[in-house]
Ligand binder design. Sequence first.
Ligand code: SF4
Length: 223
Amino acid sequence: MKLPPIGSYISTSFIDWPGHVVAVIFTKGCNWRCPFCHNGPLALGVAEELDVGAILDDIERRAAFLDGVVVSGGEPTIHGSLPSLLRRIKGAGLAVKLDTNGSNPSAIGELLNEGLIDAVAMDIKGPWYKYERLTGKAVDVESVKRSVELLKSSSIDVEFRTTYVPHLMDEEDLRMVRRQVEPGRWVIQLVDTRLALDPALVGTASPERARVAEAFPDVPIRG
Ligand code: SF4
C-alpha cells in the first residue's frame, strides 16, 4: 500500500489538538513557498524520510493511550495516498485532525465524504488579493475559497487560522481575512520570523501581542 512520505513525527502531544492527546505526523513536501514558513525542510521536501510503517505500528500499539492523530505538513493533501494513511489511523479507532493550506478542495471533499477527518485547521494566508505574495506561488484562489465553503458547510470541527506577519500585512488585511471566514472560528497566530523560509524575513519584527489583542479583542491569539 502506497503511503505519503513522512518527514517528522511526534509520538505524544498535548498541544497540537487542544483537549486531545495525539500523535503528530508531518508529511513531506508542499505546493507553496510562504516566505514566513517555519517548516522549511518539510515544505521543501528535503527532511529525512522516516519509516511510515514503524510510525503506524507505534500509533496502533499506543492507540489506547491516544485520542487521535494530527496529520500536518508540509501540505498533506498533495499526496494522493493520504486517504490510505487516514484509513489506517481510523482503523485503529483514532480521530484525525488535518492541517491544510486549503489548496486542494477536491481532496478535502473526498476526505469529508469518506468520514476520514474529524477536525480541520485550515490556514488563511491573508486577504485573497495578497495570496500570491503570501504563498510565493501563483495560486488558484477560487480553489482556496471552495475549501473554505466546503469546511464551513461541514459538520466537523473547523478552525481557520492566519499567521500575522507585520512585514507582509497590516491590521486592515486581518480585518479582510475575518470577513472571508465568517462565521467560521478564526485564530490569529503571531509569526516567529527566526526560522522563516525567506532569509529576507528572518529577524523582521514580530507583532506586539497587546496591540493585536486590543485590535481583535474577541479573537484567540497564539504564538
Ligand atoms: S507555511 Fe506555506 S510553505 Fe510552509 S508548509 Fe504551510 S503552506 Fe507550505
